[in-house]
Design a protein around this ligand. Structure first.
Ligand SMILES: Nc1ncnc2c1ncn2[C@@H]1O[C@H](COP(=O)(O)OP(=O)(O)OP(=O)(O)O)[C@@H](O)[C@H]1O
Length: 250
């Protein structure tokens, strides 16, 4: 049976007088890879941050993993939601293994379990344990640091992973490699739900089982990449898709 892992019911979000999200409703099933696409300021990051309680809605209801966020302990909630952002935020004075182990340590895991987990996670994200575990973040490339960010977000085996434009600062080739790996990772980690915000249309169409296209805080279309690319629901989506066709033609 499919289980809903995220549900927005008539969510509204204002920052002061600025109404960023008008009336947003959608649901996401466990195990889906959702990509969120839209122009700058369309409310993608705000939507993502409302899922892990970094922003609270002005009105409406959000349910994550069967829990209404109004009643949730947000610190506890965030421990079960992986979060990967562009700026990564690795601690510079900690080694790579210490960075990955931050939350397991907070949760009081014993060192042996932590060491095994770190080794396992480095392998999952394609970094050699012997070579990288003892290094410091500045001794890694941007792409390698992003891999560590993904490993760290996976450290507590969360059912839900949020990605906010994680690869936008990387060069095109590194970015493409990481896209392939994130897709493979999602296929390997059964039942994990990925919610991935991006500006990049090709990235959104390649990665998503479904693509949510947002504009001015509203959903223009939420459908498979094939439907979005070949049957755009609105003029906005059509124009957006038109921009990749133009780029390919030039
Ligand atoms: N903490 C905040 N206080 C006030 N306004 C905010 C805050 N966070 C976001 N906004 C505003 O909300 C709107 C939506 O921002 P959001 O970051 O969600 O858009 P986005 O689609 O993720 O954009 P981008 O692709 O540029 O990251 C913007 O107009 C932004 O200025």
């Amino acid at each position: 049976m499919t289980k809903e892992i995220i549900k927005f019911n008539h969510v509204n979000k204002k920052f002061g007088k600025n109404e960023v999200i008008k009336d947003l409703s959608f649901s996401i099933n466990e195990g889906e890879f959702i990509t969120v696409l839209g122009s700058s300021g369309s409310g993608k990051t705000t939507t993502l941050k409302m899922i892990n309680g970094l922003e609270t809605p002005t009105a409406g209801q959000i349910i994550v993993n069967n829990e209404d966020l109004k009643n949730a302990n947000l610190v506890e909630l965030r421990r079960h939601i992986g979060y990967v952002v562009q700026s990564i935020g690795l601690f510079p004075h900690m080694t790579i293994s210490q960075n990955i182990a931050v939350t397991p340590k907070l949760l009081g895991w014993d060192q042996k379990k932590i060491d095994l987990k770190v080794k396992d996670l480095l392998e999952i994200v394609g970094l050699d344990n012997e070579e990288y575990a003892k290094r410091y973040p500045t001794q890694l490339s941007g792409g390698q640091q992003q891999r560590v960010g993904v490993a760290r977000a996976l450290s507590t085996n969360p059912p839900l992973m949020l990605f906010d434009e994680p690869f936008s600062a990387l060069d095109a080739i590194t970015r493409q490699n990481l896209q392939h790996e994130v897709k493979a990772l999602h296929q390997k980690l059964a039942k994990k739900t990925f919610f991935f915000v991006t500006h990049d249309i090709n990235e959104a169409l390649y990665l998503g089982d479904r693509v949510m296209v947002m504009n001015h805080g509203q959903i223009e279309q939420f459908d498979t990449p094939d439907k979005v690319a070949n049957h755009p629901a609105t003029k906005y989506v059509k124009d957006l898709i038109g921009t990749i066709r133009e780029n390919q033609a030039s």
